[in-house]
Design a binder for this molecule. Sequence first.
Ligand code: 5GP
Ligand code: ZN
Length: 137
Amino acid sequence: MKDDHCIFCRIANGEIPARTLYEDERFRVILDNGPATRGHALILPKEHYADIYALPDDLAADAMVLARKMAGRMHEKLHCDGFNIVQNNGTVAGQTVFHFHIHLIPRYKGDGQTIGWQPGSPSAEELDQTLQDILVE
Ligand code: 5GP
Ligand code: ZN
């Protein structure tokens, strides 16, 4: 399944050149061209799935194993001090390309990036309600 209008389909399948760190039958890993830090890379499945909700389980599993392997390799080669693995779904969550991808972001002391959120302070009742909302069949 491939979408000719999708930039990541075209990159993942080799129609548009990209700086490729790794490739196999299911994935291509490329350097992000607007990197948060040195080495910021993207895991792209070769098949088109818009987001995590659309992803088949076996592809999700393989993607996470690949993320772990890439993080290990990049940590060893780049000598980064930490590592963020980020995956955005939906515009409100920061997704700009609607082809599932995983960000691999090496972190360095003093790199000046902030990847995070402001902690909230819900009441116990609110947390209980949230729990029920998620658990309900
Ligand atoms: P999102 O915001 O959807 O989670 O992430 C999209 C990422 O793709 C951004 O970090 C952006 O810099 C990167 N990106 C967008 N277009 C291209 C491209 O054509 N080539 C490469 N290498 N990266 C891209
Ligand atoms: Zn696509």
